[in-house]
Design a binder for this molecule. Structure first.
Ligand code: PNW
Length: 444
């Protein structure tokens, strides 16, 4: 691979960054007035987290953010994607604001701007205030929609002029499906009907938050969706149908209401009585003009006729999550989104791999991650040459961090974290990415 040629094939103003989320890195779970989130609570339930860990300390980013910003600056990055913790700034999810919580994000944003890094924020990366779950049933309640719009407007009013963009939700499919249907994520429910009702409330809260923020900020507004393209396990008609239905439930269930004003009819028919209750006017509220679409891409799924999945052939291997490495699907899917939806400019808001990294003589030789990264950047360049309008790329993640129900054993970082000492050590992939970005910047 000619790294310089690949880097220089991206447009000069293309942006390079890394992403994180509040619950996964901040720690300081009960400091300075922060309220509990559903993940603080979930971690305390036996059996929920594979390594029985919690997020009381996590990467201690709340206290080490200066060091983390300095790391990003040393990598020569353009931008950083982080999320606000709703219960840190509004402990109960409604009513009183927590000024020390806002002060933390104020310091973080100032530090980023001083380091020349553009801050891209996400409002909801899964850490709902626990009080809203206990008090009104969390995302199952339509009342959360208004609470979220209020929170969004407050963030936009206070920080909009210093943020390069604000995304409402991160991966609403995960919030709904993993939180309410498979019980892998907080709050750990098991009901398809609940999951689809939650998904509808998430969509509605997205639309209302966009409208509320438009009134108080001029910054770029959008949403981040996860895309795990669905393929048939074999070319039989039955397997193809199962893949098509899954596409309806994960890709089109979110893309269609946002960009076309309707839920996909085939998926609605498939879920039958589990379909969400949608009120008159809801779809108009969801379909707000957006300035950008954030796309998170990791892998694909292969479907059997009965809706179960099988492991793919893995010609390029699997990550430490067991996820098949399929960069060609990344390219193909971006081109599909561009052709079928004509979306606003896209950002790759997450892409990356977990790897069983270890420190060897003061280095982390993660050649697998370098291979993953370079293959996906090549695929991205291909997709852009075929018409996908992508403006930036955020590697997931800056740091090894709390990988939700997997705990801390899955390492996605460009930077290794020793969880005994919280020492940060840039992996070989961090040095590779720094060099790649420098080659691109040479074209500016
Ligand atoms: C995303 N799936 O999560 C999240 O946005 C990150 O917080 C997370 O750390 C990262 O990807 C790596 O997992 C996902 O099961 C979790 O399809 C699960 C799935 C997809 C994305």
């Amino acid at each position: 691979l000619d790294v310089a040629a690949l880097a220089q094939s991206f447009p000069p103003d293309f942006l390079w960054g890394v992403a994180t989320s509040a619950a996964q890195i901040e720690g300081a779970a009960f400091e300075d007035g922060k309220g509990a989130s559903i993940w603080d609570h979930f971690c305390r339930q036996p059996g929920r987290i594979n390594d029985a860990s919690n997020i009381d300390v996590a990467c201690d980013h709340y206290h080490r953010y200066r060091e983390d910003v300095a790391l990003m600056k040393s990598l020569g990055l353009d931008c950083y994607r982080f999320s606000f913790s709703w219960p840190r700034v509004q402990p109960l999810g409604q009513g009183a604001w927590n000024e020390p919580g806002f002060a933390f994000y104020d310091r973080l944003i100032d530090e980023l701007l001083a380091a020349g890094l553009k801050p891209h924020a996400t409002l909801y990366h899964w850490d709902l205030p626990q009080a809203l779950d206990e008090g009104i049933g969390g995302w199952l309640s339509r009342d959360v929609v208004g609470r979220f719009a209020d929170y969004a407007a407050e963030i936009a009013r206070r920080f909009g002029d210093r943020l390069a963009s604000i995304a409402t939700h991160n991966e609403p499919w995960c919030t709904a499906t993993l939180g309410y249907e498979t019980a892998q994520f907080a709050p750990g429910h098991k009901s398809r009907a609940e999951s689809l009702q939650v998904a509808h409330h998430l969509m509605l809260s997205h639309g209302d938050a966009i409208a509320a923020m438009r009134a108080v900020t001029k910054t770029q507004l959008g949403i981040v969706l996860n895309h795990t393209p669905s393929f048939p396990a074999t070319p039989t008609e039955a397997d193809r149908r199962a893949a098509r239905i899954d596409d309806g439930l994960n890709v089109r269930w979110y893309m269609d209401p946002i960009f076309r004003g309707a839920y996909p009819q085939d998926a609605i028919d498939f879920v039958g009585a589990d379909a969400p209750k949608v009120q008159a006017g809801d779809l108009e509220r969801i379909r707000q003009p957006l300035d950008f679409l954030g796309v998170n891409f990791y892998t694909r799924s292969l479907f059997n006729a009965d809706g179960t999945t099988v492991k793919g052939p893995g010609k390029r291997g699997f990550t430490d999550m067991g996820w098949e490495i399929v960069p060609e699907v990344f390219a193909q899917h971006l081109v599909r989104l561009a052709r079928e939806y004509n979306p606003p400019p896209m950002f790759i808001t997450e892409n990356g791999m977990a790897n069983a990294d270890t420190v060897v003589d003061g280095r982390v030789p993660d050649k697998e991650r370098i291979a993953y990264l370079s293959a996906h950047l090549q695929a991205l360049a291909t997709a852009m040459s075929l018409g996908a309008d992508v403006r930036g790329y955020f590697y997931w993640s800056l740091l090894d961090n709390f990988e939700w129900n997997s705990g801390y054993v899955k390492r996605f970082g460009l930077v290794h974290v020793d969880y005994d000492t919280l020492t940060r050590l840039p992996k070989d992939s961090a040095h590779w990415y720094r060099e790649f970005v420098a080659q691109h910047h040479a074209t500016r």
